[in-house]
Design a protein around this ligand. Sequence first.
Ligand code: SF4
Length: 397
Amino acid sequence: MARFEFKKAPKIDFATTTDWDQWQWQLRSALKSLSDFEKYFVLSEEERQSFWGSEAVFNIRTTPYYASLADKNLVEDPIRKILMPHLSEKTLGLQQMLDPLGEKKNNPVSRVIHRYSDRCLLLITDTCSVYCRFCTRKHFTGQEQAFLKNDELEKALDYIKAHSGIREVILSGGDPLTVSDVQLDRVLSELRKIDHVEIIRIGSRMPVVCPQRITDDLVKVIKKHKPVFLMTHFNHPKELTEEAALALEKCVDNGIPIFNQMVLLNGVNNHEVIVQALSRRLLYLRVKPYYMFQCDPSEGTDHFRTSIEDSLEIQKKLWGHLSGLAMPHLSIDIPNGGGKAYKVPNFEIFHQGNTRTFQGWDGVQADYISPDVAQIKKPLDWELYLDEWLRLTHSKN
Ligand code: SF4
């Protein structure tokens, strides 16, 4: 018997089952305007007002499927907060950055972000089926440029070919699974022709906001170009419906490993009970909870942001109760493109000479005594891999 119950999303009355189950219908029937949202939600006056001018900050869109997961009446519903514009998006506050990850300065050719030496992002579309209000890439996402043009693809591929240290290419956007199977197959085929590209990742919220997209045909396309990792972005256990669970299982059953990146959002999921519920369900579905991000100071996201202290407290409460397999890494993207920084609880309480004293999560104290420096030897065969290492670390030159 299944340990967890994954409930079917409540299909809206005016969609036929055939329509509802088709990802193209979900995209075509997206809610974009105040009048669309009014058909689904009982809006508060504040929510109503939030539509005026919010598109200037960030495009507005959700699939009917994702809207159906939100409470129709409750303003505080977590899914509703993710998809509904908010009045405070338009007011400048704490810290507002159009490009918090500093991607524009690591953008050597159109649609390629090359920040780390061994991997790069390839932004194959700027379109998403849902424009999450907390999005960190508002400088690019949602500007209706859609699938990259032929000359952009050629230049991006030329760049990747010329940088032999690039071992991983991460398809991102926008949402790369909003493009057609044919377009995706074309990009993956071109990347697979490049010898030094070992791993391809696809970063997508489609399993969350439109699981109908994970069709047998799509899975065949992805499987053909293995190894391809799927990086999903579930933020709340409410998002794990029967449809989402089936989509995830279909990928894993076909050898597509899945990792989940969540972001801690104020009043949405910043509670250890919510994080453990999400993480355990994901792991049960064979999805590794990978990152638990601090929310980036992207424009219009002040109301979503939690403090680092709040995040550390959540992580500390999970420690020792949630297995390492289910535990996501708490991580912060240092603003302005400083890269990722992990935050972990500090268990070391004393250090002198070779002795360090630790106190574990439940109070057990003990020393770890390191051998003397003179005793440390490095393996003799490291030079066998030196050339590989140098190409990896100098790939941006
Ligand atoms: S799906 Fe990803 S890229 Fe698109 S709006 Fe949401 S967070 Fe941003």
